[in-house]
Design a protein around this ligand. Structure first.
Ligand SMILES: [Cu+2]
Length: 98
């Protein structure tokens, strides 16, 4: 019966690698936003991101040039978020540091 500890270890590993996934299928991501020059810009980005399906929570920092988004619906949402930001005139990409 050495199978069970191995399975457990594997599960723990999977959980650790998916640390950005929280209970209830919620995920979070930090996006680097390019082109924001004032707080009004940040507000436009926030509005654009909020309108993306599955997005639950958006925090945009003009100072940090970042947007923090909590969402559900999988990684495909990120592509939609980037498109939504581009639509209102800014550039977005997944932040390397999170
Ligand atoms: Cu502005």
């Amino acid at each position: 019966m050495k199978v069970i500890p191995t399975t457990l270890a594997l599960l723990v590993f999977v959980f650790m690698t998916m640390s950005s996934v929280t209970a209830g299928g919620m995920e979070s991501i930090t996006l680097d936003i390019e082109g924001m020059t004032c707080r009004i810009c940040a507000r436009a980005v926030k509005k654009a991101l909020s309108n993306v399906e599955g997005v639950k929570e958006v925090e945009v920092s003009f100072k940090e040039k970042e947007a923090h988004v909590e969402y559900e619906g999988g990684k495909g949402r990120v592509e939609e978020m980037i498109k939504a930001v581009e639509k209102v005139g800014f550039k977005a990409k997944e932040s390397k540091e999170d």
